[in-house]
Design a protein around this ligand. Structure first.
Ligand code: 5AD
Ligand code: SF4
Length: 429
């Protein structure tokens, strides 16, 4: 979501006559887009903002702005924390930044909270280049109240874009060469809840998926991040029915312990997660499943932790992002004692990472010798003549080929692997 926010901001600023440059050395405005979801993200962003403030002092005549969730979360305190900051803009006010920069005379300006007007940058993409894979934001905010999470404070309540606007944006992207679209939202499968009507037992999100699935020329659809509570029969069945919907789902379960899930105010149980996993696997064989887990939530005991270990072993997620719990001021759980020690959080983190790595390596091993279809995204970061892309299951694949293949679906035979990447040989397109 932050990558998408940075992209639309850069593109809209360019349309206001600004130019994106490669190096801070030649910039006259520094804009730092930030995340607040975990303490570590904020520590990093504060560190980087101090580095930029020192750079600004040496260069003179430069503006420094902090945008995104940390701006919203720390608000005017940021000016005290780092006196070099000239402006702060929360995630809902990003659309007001071009106007702010045109005003000149910026001295400790804060644009926070609800935006004054509709955000015109929401649908902006850089059409001067082809984006094989593009992200389309369909909603903002989150109405849930997970006890540990800062997002409802920084991004506000859910607002949904109109289906017409979203479909038009997807069509424009496809016309410009996009082959894969990822629908984005803080809780993407809640799209249109209580605002748009269900039709034939299908939620607004599933109706939207259907409309995008029928856009000619589009190859693949993904969505990020859904909530387990939104995996009802209609969405699960969509994975069997919609040809372009990738067999790959991120299912952030957070914990395998019902007691901890309840404390986190996550409205599902471990049994429900297992049911969703089985139903998805029945609809889309070999579907790839990934998850987010928090270790060391207040009161998480060894028994709770073992239930998470068991869940990861039982489901065999293709990938899991494991986070050590960090209290975020303003959340419900921040008032509870952070009573799992750092060492214990590290240990639990490592135990889960080992399971995930093992599952990942075992999966990659089974792929050797298989022929897979890869959407070629472009040159790989490393290696001469190496191309990079993903399968519909989300496996990253590297192989030799010319970058004229960018945007094509290539057939690749897998010959080798590491923990995170499959390597292969081009068979044809
Ligand atoms: N501490 C640790 N991890 C967190 N996440 C969200 N809030 C916290 C927190 N306070 C994790 C969740 C979420 C992911 C984006 O970040 O796992 O799914
Ligand atoms: Fe945060 Fe996701 Fe819970 Fe919303 S659903 S409060 S974004 S963890």
């Amino acid at each position: 979501m932050n990558v998408r926010d940075s992209e639309r901001l850069a593109t809209v600023l360019a349309s206001f006559g600004h130019e994106v440059v490669d190096s801070e050395d030649v910039a006259d405005v520094y804009i730092l887009n930030t995340c607040s979801v975990r303490e570590q993200a904020e520590i990093k962003a504060v560190g980087k903002s101090r580095y930029l403030a020192r750079k600004k002092l040496r260069k003179g005549d430069v503006l420094l702005g902090i945008v995104g969730c940390m701006a919203e979360n720390l608000a005017e305190n940021l000016f005290k924390l780092n006196p070099g900051i000239d402006f702060i803009v929360g995630p809902r006010c990003i659309g007001e930044l071009p106007e702010l920069l045109s005003n000149g005379n910026i001295n400790r300006v804060a644009l926070l909270g609800e935006a004054k007007a509709d955000d015109i940058t929401e649908s902006v993409h850089n059409f001067s280049r082809r984006n094989v894979c593009a992200s389309v934001s369909i909603m903002q905010g989150c109405n849930m109240k997970c006890s540990y999470c800062i997002v409802p404070k920084t991004r506000g309540r859910e607002t949904y874009r109109s289906m017409e606007d979203i479909v038009a944006e997807c069509e424009a992207l496809v016309k410009n060469g996009t082959k894969e679209i990822t629908l984005l939202g803080q809780i993407v499968n809640n799209y249109g809840q209580n605002t748009l009507a269900n039709g034939n037992g299908k939620s607004p999100f599933v109706q939207l998926l259907e409309r995008i699935d029928s856009i000619p020329g589009l190859g693949r659809i993904r969505y990020m991040s859904p909530h387990p509570k939104g995996f009802r029969r209609d969405l699960i069945a969509a994975h069997a029915r919609l040809a372009k919907l990738c067999p790959s789902v991120h299912l952030p379960v957070q914990s395998g312990s019902d007691r901890i899930l309840k404390a986190m105010r996550r409205p599902y149980t471990r049994a429900r997660v297992l049911f969703i996993v089985e139903a998805l696997r029945n609809c889309a064989p070999n579907i790839s499943l990934t998850t987010d887990i928090i270790v060391g939530y207040p009161g998480e005991g060894e028994v709770d932790f073992q239930e998470t270990v068991d869940l990861l072993s039982a489901v065999r997620f293709n990938m899991a992002f494991i986070f050590k719990y960090s209290p975020r001021v303003g959340t419900i759980s921040a008032t509870l004692p952070d009573d799992v020690s750092d060492d214990e959080k590290d240990r639990r983190n490592k135990v889960l990472l080992d399971i995930v790595q093992r599952c990942s390596i075992e999966h990659n091993e089974t792929m050797v010798g298989n022929e897979v279809e890869v959407l070629v995204e472009g040159k790989a970061k490393r290696g001469e003549n190496k191309l990079c892309g993903h399968t519909k299951y989300g496996d990253k694949v590297i192989f030799d080929g010319h970058d004229t293949l960018t945007g094509e679906f290539a057939n690749v035979k897998i010959t080798n692997y590491s923990t995170t990447v499959l390597c292969g040989e081009l068979i044809g397109v």
